[in-house]
Design a protein around this ligand. Structure first.
Ligand SMILES: CC(C)(COP(=O)(O)OP(=O)(O)OC[C@H]1O[C@@H](n2cnc3c(N)ncnc32)[C@H](O)[C@@H]1OP(=O)(O)O)[C@@H](O)C(=O)NCCC(=O)NCCS
Length: 199
């Protein structure tokens, strides 16, 4: 497995993805506070959120990238690089079996534009083509239909349901697991290229 991910920006049709920098705290904090209602049902770290959570996230993100533990990207519109649109991350869950997982969120006032699907496509490409993964997974809370639509639009296969997988507030959420294999990516990559989503 290659597992070397460079830190230069990546581009899609409309977006730029790059690693976090310390000075991204304000733009990240703005995006989270503008999206609390939509993030809170699904993401455990939202409980008790304050600016310090974003500060610690960026500090940890910089270390994780340097130590090759996880790759977090800030998503920016190519025509407005100052505004944080959302996060997309990829990390290895099994080194031996070359399996990785992707997670994402998009700020509320930019949702429904296909940005989640577009950014996730580019990060899946990193997983297969830079990290050398054999399989990429998504874990999605049961009931999170917007996120399920991303898995379906990207032609992931539903593998099954994990019971009480994540505790959000005082609720335990079942999660579905979705996956794509490297052989399937080879086919999907051509579709995304034909649609102009990725180069
Ligand atoms: C789930 C999430 C990432 C989707 O991001 P997005 O950029 O809106 O997604 P896309 O625009 O690529 O579209 C995904 C689907 O959601 C639909 N959708 C997006 N916003 C919507 C809205 N406000 N109301 C209804 N449907 C919406 C889109 O139409 C699309 O469905 P389609 O394929 O049937 O057309 C975003 O809503 C989010 O961050 N939610 C909270 C955090 C979260 O759930 N993260 C994922 C954890 S697994």
């Amino acid at each position: 497995m290659a597992n070397t991910v460079h830190s230069q920006p990546r581009y899609t049709k409309r977006l730029m993805l790059r690693p976090f920098r310390r000075r991204d705290v304000s733009s990240l904090h703005d995006a989270v506070t503008a999206s609390l209602v939509d993030l809170q049902p699904w993401l455990p770290w939202i409980e008790g959120y304050d600016r310090g959570v974003s500060q610690r996230f960026i500090r940890e993100s910089v270390s994780a990238w340097a130590e090759r533990r996880a790759y977090d990207f800030t998503i920016r519109a190519a025509d407005d690089l100052d505004r944080h649109i959302g996060n997309v991350s990829i990390w290895t869950t099994s080194q031996q079996n070359a399996i990785g997982e992707v997670g994402y969120w998009i700020r509320s006032d930019e949702s429904g534009k296909g940005y989640g699907t577009e950014a996730t496509t580019r990060v899946i490409q990193i997983g297969f083509e830079e990290m050398g993964l054999h399989k990429v997974q998504l874990r999605i809370a049961v009931g999170n239909t917007r996120s399920e639509r991303i898995a379906q639009r990207l032609a992931f296969t539903l593998e099954g349901t994990l019971r009480d997988e994540v505790k959000v507030g005082d609720r335990w959420l079942d999660h579905t697991v979705w996956s794509m294999l490297e052989s399937e990516w080879a086919v999907q990559r051509e579709r995304h290229r034909a649609e102009g989503t990725i180069a």
